[in-house]
Design a protein around this ligand. Structure first.
Ligand code: ZN
Length: 202
């Protein structure tokens, strides 16, 4: 498939093109559709996402994840990932990996660098229990999000949480939580504020 010549760019256009290939509307064989860049299923704008599929682009930059499979030799194939945006045609560099936090994580982070440039400085959630507990507590959610730039929460800025293990996959948004949960490395212990310092922050 010589799709690189004819494929459009930008997440929304690529997703439309992918379905045109799958639905046999192009000269390419439908079974080769996975070789065309498309939104990773479950991510915003992609198949199985329950965030909704608006025909109009969002008013602000909105992160999503593109993927494709590339044949390698006779039988093999490899997965490739890159960042996309549902509001504009921007795309990130290509990352290879198996897709379980490997390749896909890097691309999702690129997408957030595009949409929420200072996301790496957002206050992290530090325990696994709090990933659930903080969004369910009105006061703790208000305390966390007060440290976000204005409008970021409404625009789907991510929750940042310390990862449990290397390459813990980032979690895409869904209907009940319209933002990514990004898993980042816990900083070295000497850079973690002591409980006393933490208390002083609030
Ligand atoms: Zn954008």
């Amino acid at each position: 498939m010589t799709a690189t010549v004819t494929e459009p760019t930008g997440a929304r256009a690529r997703q439309t093109y992918y379905w045109r290939v799958r639905n046999a509307r192009t000269r390419h064989r439908p079974e080769t559709a996975a070789q065309a860049w498309h939104i990773q299923p479950g991510h915003p704008g992609g198949a199985y996402s329950d965030l909704g599929h608006e025909l109009d682009p969002p008013a602000h930059h909105t992160p999503t994840l593109l993927s494709r499979s590339q044949p390698t030799g006779r039988r093999g194939e490899k997965q490739e990932f890159r960042a996309g945006c549902l509001a504009c045609g921007w795309e990130g560099p290509v990352h290879s990996g198996d897709g379980f936090g490997n390749g896909d994580n890097e691309a999702v982070e690129d997408a957030h660098d595009h949409c929420f440039p200072r996301w790496r400085t957002l206050p992290p959630i530090t325990t696994v229990e709090d990933r659930w507990a903080v969004p369910r507590s009105r006061s703790r959610w208000a305390q966390l999000t007060a440290q976000y730039p204005a409008d970021w929460i409404d625009q789907g800025a991510p929750i940042v949480a310390w990862r449990r293990y290397r390459r813990e996959a980032h979690v895409p948004p869904y209907a009940g939580r319209p933002r990514y949960e990004l898993h980042v490395a816990r900083p070295p212990r000497d850079r973690v504020p002591s409980p006393a310092d933490q208390g002083a922050l609030f």
